[in-house]
Ligand binder design. Structure first.
Ligand SMILES: [Cu+2]
Length: 144
């Protein structure tokens, strides 16, 4: 990239700060862990690709089939203790594949007492990337 091109790119980014949207996000894979009866939480994992030339950031997930959907990240310290921390947004660089998997980033799902699930049931999610930008996708439920 020449200096001129770089300059133009930076100028465009500066002029269009609201361009960030859920455009061109593609679900490659994913699943929801079937909650063990009586448990309050379960998790969802996925890989999502950003097919656009813009950085995309997801700041919220929701699902009608769960009370609450939280973005978490797990990390294990030097003593082997794993902790989960809330994540405020997930950023995907152009062409980046974001993998949410056990032991790393995941969606923490709060289970409603009344809700019953079947294996292979599809769970619908909505991801929002800004005020007016959302993206719908579904993941199958699987027994761990
Ligand atoms: Cu969690």
């Amino acid at each position: 990239m020449s200096k001129m091109q770089l300059c133009l790119t930076l100028l465009l980014i500066a002029l269009c700060p609201n361009i960030v949207a859920c455009d061109s996000l593609e679900l490659l894979d994913g699943w929801v862990k079937k909650p063990i009866p009586g448990t309050k939480y379960t998790a969802a994992y996925f890989s999502i690709k950003n097919n656009s030339h813009e950085t995309q950031s997801i700041n919220k997930f929701s699902s009608d089939q769960f009370k609450k959907v939280m973005m978490h990240s797990s990390s294990t310290n030097s003593e082997g203790i794993t902790k989960m921390n809330p994540v405020s947004s997930l950023m995907l660089l152009p062409s980046q594949i974001l993998e949410a998997k056990p032991g790393g980033i995941h969606l923490m799902l709060s289970v409603r007492k009344s809700e019953r699930f079947n294996a292979d049931q599809l769970i619908s999610f909505s991801a929002s990337c800004g005020k007016n930008s959302s993206w719908q996708f579904s993941l199958p439920m699987k027994s761990p």
